[in-house]
Design a protein around this ligand. Structure first.
Ligand SMILES: NC(=O)C1=CN([C@@H]2O[C@H](COP(=O)(O)OP(=O)(O)OC[C@H]3O[C@@H](n4cnc5c(N)ncnc54)[C@H](O)[C@@H]3O)[C@@H](O)[C@H]2O)C=CC1
Ligand SMILES: CC(=O)C(=O)O
Ligand SMILES: [Mg+2]
Length: 571
């Protein structure tokens, strides 16, 4: 990964270059550059190094006393100077990722209209559908875009419909692509698809900055989304289109509709499935068992729950030579109406959940709550080895549930994945205590370590899709893959699992530390690109042995370039 300064010919002068986050260097502009770009009178005399700027910025950040104030400060820095922002956050990844991403970003998004200072990314609004192409081109003309992250904001993290505030998740996910995946920020685009909101608080808020209208659904919604996807395909046919936090009725449907014609990725389904698969592969390395030998309860059968079930099922079927039907039988999915089983009303079971439906006969005689078989009863009956939460239901894994599970297996694998932190199904420190340190744990948002009975810290791994999606995406972009295939995703998950600290010490974290996420994701990207080449989906004609060096050369690093003024240069 070369740190040598890139050279740019730039057509911006004066305030125009100072307000360009891509090219602004602030007090780091050299004397020669100040003269060439008309900046001498616009900057104080001293020229700072990037290191000095970072020190000053970090001191200023520390003066902000709450996570949300730190989040606003960092957002404003990102609007001003990308190199400084990404250098600062990269230097303090473990401390600052929770500020720019979950859990703090959830608070920023839910207060979006009140915290609003300036626009970021692209806002495509339903009422402006007629001019969508012009609006799209206004921001993308003459740009080379490799990555588009979009959200319609119907299911942001675990906090539901956030309307136009969804731009916050698109920009946060894009920033993580850069920080962890090494994607050049000038080649990514963050989009909110504002199709209205059903969030009453937002609809009644006079300061709401989005389109104050109920959410558009049905055919009109599909036409709007399709228009956007076709623009992406027309102008950036080789880009990766990342879908984030769509509602459960649209997420899987849109993925299936577009994944065969473009490189499309749904993070909540595929990214979450992949990171959870890696986490469980690491956990069964500790318990010395196979994926197919587990009994899985997935609590919360929405986008993430279905994505996890599907990813695990596919991995069992493909790596352990088992039929899909047989592999499906390892899973027990639970949603609001209890266990997904055959006699549940049709309206309570989405079509895509049907392969995982349990037969009624299996549950005869099991106590129900108005006909619903609840989590505790399922745990008691099937004695799960793996319990995964993606329900947004804080505290659902009660002491009784966790203890009942621990009675039935030596090392229960418990992954309460709901975000943000306040929605976690069980505080991992409680789960650790209730199982006398036997549980193998990971969460969706960061948590402090738990204590093992012998006094050692047990590090709670962060099983968040951000630990893998930047690498999956980078691997697909690097190999110019025409599709993001399931086998590419499994290759990335395997590589991540192989880096688990628990494989060396069973009492260590199930997944690598977030502080190591850039190196880890680099490995994931290499695995994905190698797989794309092997299976023929790659658009490059490299040999697999070349991938690592090609990837190194492509990683974007936050370093100031050397600038020369050129009226025909970049803007
Ligand atoms: N750790 C990670 O990487 C990820 C975590 N998540 C988290 O998972 C949660 C769910 O996200 P999505 O699947 O995108 O949302 P979703 O809305 O598609 O799914 C949530 C599901 O939970 C169900 N549910 C709600 N209350 C329940 C209850 N009392 N009992 C059982 N099920 C219940 C809902 O009916 C729905 O099917 C969120 O908190 C989200 O932040 C999502 C994606 C990635
Ligand atoms: C992590 C993530 O994608 C979510 O919570 O929705
Ligand atoms: Mg998400």
């Amino acid at each position: 990964m070369s740190d040598s300064a890139p050279v740019f010919r730039i057509a911006l002068r004066g305030d125009a270059i100072l307000t360009s986050p891509r090219f602004n260097k602030g007090t780091a502009f050299t004397i020669a550059e100040r003269k060439a770009f008309g900046l001498t009178g616009r900057l104080p005399s001293r020229v700072n190094t990037l290191e000095e700027q970072c020190k000053r910025a970090y001191d200023q950040l520390k003066m902000r006393d709450t996570p949300i104030r730190k989040n606003s400060f960092l957002q404003s820095m990102r609007d001003q100077n990308w190199v400084l922002y990404y250098t600062l956050v990269s230097g303090h990844l473990r401390e600052l990722v929770p500020i720019i991403y979950t859990p703090t970003e959830a608070e920023a998004i839910s207060n979006y209209s009140h915290l609003f200072r300036r626009s970021e990314g692209m806002y495509l609004t339903f009422i402006d559908e007629a001019t969508m192409e012009e609006d799209f081109l206004e921001q993308t003309r003459e740009r080379k875009i490799d990555l588009i992250v979009c959200s319609d904001a119907e299911a942001i993290l675990g906090i539901g419909d956030q309307g136009v505030g969804g731009i916050g998740i698109s920009t946060a996910k894009s920033a993580i692509y850069t920080l962890i995946g090494g994607i050049d920020p000038s080649k990514s685009l963050s989009v909110t698809l504002d199709v209205g909101t059903d969030n009453e608080t937002l609809l009644n808020d006079e300061l709401y900055v989005g389109w104050p209208h109920r959410r558009i659904r049905g055919e009109a919604y599909d036409i709007f989304i399709d228009k956007f996807v076709q623009l992406v395909r027309k102008y950036f046919p080789n880009s990766l289109l990342h879908f984030e936090d769509f509602g459960v009725t649209n997420a899987q449907r849109l993925l299936q509709r577009y994944r065969h014609t473009h490189s499309v990725f749904n993070d909540d389904i595929q990214g979450t499935g992949a990171v959870t698969l890696a986490c469980i592969m690491a956990a069964i390395g500790v318990t010395k068992s196979k994926l197919s030998e587990q009994r899985y309860i997935i609590f919360g059968a929405g986008s993430a729950g279905l994505g996890i079930a599907t990813q695990l099922r596919d991995a069992i079927a493909s790596t352990e030579n088992m039929s899909m039907e047989e592999a499906n039988k390892r899973f027990y999915l639970i949603d609001k109406y209890g266990l997904i089983k055959t006699s549940l009303e049709e309206s309570h079971v989405r079509e895509d959940l049907k392969p995982f439906m349990r037969p009624d006969e299996e549950w005869e005689g099991v106590p129900t709550d108005e006909g619903c078989v609840r989590l505790l009863e399922v745990v008691k009956k099937i004695k799960p080895t793996v319990l995964i939460g993606c329900s947004t239901r804080s505290g659902a894994f009660t002491e009784e549930v966790v203890k009942a599970m621990a009675e039935g297996c030596e090392r229960p694998i418990i992954l309460p994945l709901s975000n943000p932190s306040a929605l976690v199904e069980v505080d991992p420190r409680n789960a650790n205590e209730w199982t006398q340190g036997r549980a193998l744990l990971a969460t969706g948002s960061p948590f402090p370590p738990a204590k093992m009975p012998h006094g050692k810290d047990y590090i709670i791994a962060e099983c968040n899709n951000a630990l893998i999606y930047p690498g999956l995406g980078f691997g697909a972009m690097l190999s110019k893959s025409r599709r993001m295939t399931d086998t590419m995703i499994i290759a990335g998950a395997r590589r991540l699992a192989s880096l688990s600290p628990a494989l060396i010490d069973p009492d260590d974290a199930l997944l690598p530390d977030f502080g190591d996420a850039p190196e880890v994701n680099f490995e994931v990207a290499v695995a994905v690109a190698e797989q794309a080449i092997e299976e023929g989906t790659a658009g490059v004609d490299w040999d697999k042995s070349e991938v690592r060096d090609k990837a190194r050369a492509k990683v974007w690093k936050p370093v100031y370039g050397e600038y020369a003024y050129d009226e025909n240069g970049e803007r």
